[in-house]
Design a protein around this ligand. Structure first.
Ligand code: GLN
Length: 282
């Protein structure tokens, strides 16, 4: 069966399925999104694209961007980053505080919020103009200059970000945050607010299906080994306390975000991005 037929069958099945879940409301701006949006976009390693539904409508990437911040931190700082963050699945929700205290401020992995905050702290040390340089990096991977931060979403999250403030203060008390916490949080909320379509996300993640190179431009972004390791972390930690179940049911490295997006990578073969603002509990 070719991939177009498979995607059409998936889409038809989704339309027949009763909707469950609600959009994230702890970030008030995200609660305003039409919950019934649905998009899916597939991009093969050969560059064949196919999408259905709302696959060309932008949505809030949220935690999906943590993969791209990790990629840039590995590219700029290399293996040093692993002194400050682990690579173990957490088994706890994305914003959990419980492990941080007894593990002395070292987050389990770069995809839970605590780990992503440390990655942002590392990038603030590495980049002269963090927001400008980060969005330029995303645009390069996406082969698309029309990718932006959404300042309304980042401000909305900042105004209600009590848990992230708790996480970063805890890590600062253990000496694992070097920059002022306000600056790290501001950068973190900005990277989470980046908006993309399913099509743009599937394109952006192509390098992870191609050993660290952007297939169409042949630009090497990270080494083959680094790209494999980023996929390994997506496989083990991309879905927080549902990572095992996603691996069991889907079997691909991937990353979710509270904007309702999921992107997954089949190394050597394809990337696929889906969007539905209705979330499950995890
Ligand atoms: N910006 C969100 C937060 O910090 C990201 C969480 C997510 O997408 N899982 O809560």
């Amino acid at each position: 069966m070719d991939f177009k037929t498979i995607l059409q069958e998936v889409y038809a099945e989704i339309l027949r399925t009763k909707s469950k879940g609600q959009p994230a409301s702890y970030i008030p701006e995200l609660a305003n999104i039409n919950p019934d949006k649905f998009g899916i976009h597939f991009c093969s390693a050969q560059g064949n694209h196919y999408g259905l539904g709302d696959h060309q409508e932008k949505f809030s990437c949220q935690s999906i961007m943590k993969v791209i911040t990790l990629c840039l931190a590995i590219k700029t700082e290399g293996e040093e980053i692993w002194k400050r963050i682990g690579v173990e699945p957490s088994g706890t929700p994305f914003n959990s505080l419980v492990q941080l205290e007894y593990e002395h401020g070292i987050p389990r992995n770069p995809f839970i919020n605590a780990g992503a905050l440390v990655v942002c702290d590392i990038l603030l040390n590495q980049l002269d103009k963090p927001k400008e340089q980060f969005i330029e990096f995303v645009r390069r991977l996406a082969l698309n200059s029309n990718i932006q931060y959404n300042n309304k979403v980042s401000a909305s999250e900042k105004a209600h970000g009590y848990r992230n403030a708790a996480l970063i203060n805890m890590m600062k008390s253990f000496g694992n945050i070097e920059n002022p916490i306000e600056e790290v949080l501001d950068f973190y909320y900005s990277i989470c607010s980046i908006e993309m379509t399913c099509e743009e996300l599937a394109q952006t993640f192509q390098l992870f299906a191609n050993n660290g190179c952007i297939p169409s431009t042949k630009e090497r972004v990270v080494t083959t080994s680094q790209s494999k390791r980023i996929n390994a972390i997506m496989q083990c930690c991309g879905f927080y306390d549902e990572a095992g179940e996603f691996s069991f049911k889907v079997g691909l490295p991937g990353k979710s975000g509270v904007g309702g997006g999921i992107v997954a990578v089949c190394p050597g073969k394809y990337t696929v991005a889906v969007w539905s603002p209705r979330l499950n509990k995890k």
